[in-house]
Design a protein around this ligand. Structure first.
Ligand code: UDP
Length: 328
């Protein structure tokens, strides 16, 4: 049986990866400070340590509980807008604490490391779909902080042989198809849960941030990838670490506009969504769509839930059955 340590395993993507590991019989320990994560998002079958990765002693104690077959690192601040206001908070808490985590992993003999990275590495992409050869020019201090970690991991491999997988997520969406986990951010800033709340009457409307972009309907296009497909990609990337470190762009490969998402929520819920056109949100590129060809070719990954309606259905089912989210 394999043993894994998951930082941020009480958060949205982390909790779905924990389910995927448990489902195949692995042992999982989650370390999370519960600032954004939820205790109720950690399944009973996982061990839970409530601690901040900034707490060097707690981190050391957690790592000493190994040996670990790999460490998955999800714990992070992840708001692009906030990072524009507080760049050094992101450099210190995302990059700086990750450096310490990586160093501690090396001290404790960890050989494999999987990082949640981001499409925000590509602030202003030249080619769509975006593959791994695209020029890296982070769109925000948040993206920059993740790139700093990617670079540190490249050096940890070169100097100490720590193998790493850097997975650059596009727009994670949906919920566990079996309804065991879902998305509960506070405050919620992501499009799909906000549109769902507007459909369910929990919000008066959805504000569409700009309808004058150079896209067919004028609204921004993003690549929404089912969170369960993201989790599966982590398992395959982990296998790839048997031979080498890897970096993958991770999306569905299909773009959907904000208006298409709204129409999909209306179709799936059978309700009308009140829409208000609002000004553009600073920093939003018109179009972000991933090429995950490299991941498909090298690991055999393909999304099981590529259809936007299915993604919305799973998200809606979870939000509908959890009106107060994780209620903690
Ligand atoms: N968006 C919107 N209204 C909202 C939230 C988001 O129009 O209330 C748009 C946003 O401008 C972007 C897309 O929806 O084009 C996805 O935004 P989200 O924050 O979910 O993810 P991001 O692409 O920023 O990571």
């Amino acid at each position: 049986m394999k043993r894994y340590l998951v930082t941020g395993g009480a958060g949205y993507v982390g909790s779905h990866l924990v389910l995927a590991l448990l489902d195949r019989g692995d042992q999982v320990t989650v370390i999370d400070n519960l600032r954004q994560g939820h205790r109720a998002a950690v399944p009973a079958a996982a061990r839970f340590i409530e601690a901040d990765i900034a707490d060097a002693a707690a981190l050391d104690a957690a790592l000493a509980g190994g040996p670990w077959d790999a460490v998955f690192h999800f714990a992070a601040l992840s708001l692009v807008g906030e990072s524009m206001k507080l760049p050094f908070r992101y450099f210190t808490e995302n990059a700086g604490y990750a450096f310490r985590l990586i160093e501690a992993c090396l001290r404790h003999g960890v050989r494999k490391f999987v990082l949640s990275s981001t499409a925000n590495l590509f602030g202003n992409p030249e080619r769509i779909p975006i593959d791994e050869a695209e020029r890296i020019e982070p769109g925000s201090p948040y993206g920059e902080s993740k790139y700093m970690i990617e670079r540190a991991l490249a050096w940890a491999d070169q100097v100490s042989g720590l193998r790493s997988a850097c997975l650059r997520y596009f727009n994670a969406a949906g919920a566990d198809p079996a309804g065991r986990a879902g998305e509960d951010h506070r405050p919620e800033t992501h499009l799909i849960p906000l549109v769902i709340d507007a459909a369910l009457g929990r919000r008066p409307e959805i504000a569409v941030f700009g309808n004058d972009y150079p896209t067919p309907d004028g609204t921004c296009i993003r690549d929404y990838i089912h969170v369960a497909d993201l989790a599966t990609a982590h398992l395959l990337a982990l296998d790839a670490l048997e031979t080498r470190s890897v970096t993958y762009n991770l999306g569905n490969g299909q773009g959907h506009s904000v208006m298409e998402v709204i129409r999909a929520v209306e179709a799936v819920s059978g309700r009308r969504v009140p829409v208000r056109i609002a000004p553009r949100r600073p920093g939003d590129p018109a179009r972000l769509v991933a090429s995950s060809e490299k991941l498909r070719r090298e690991t055999g990954w393909s999304p099981q839930y590529p259809d936007l309606h299915t993604i919305v259905r799973h998200a809606l089912d979870w939000r509908d059955s959890h009106p107060d989210g994780y209620a903690d």
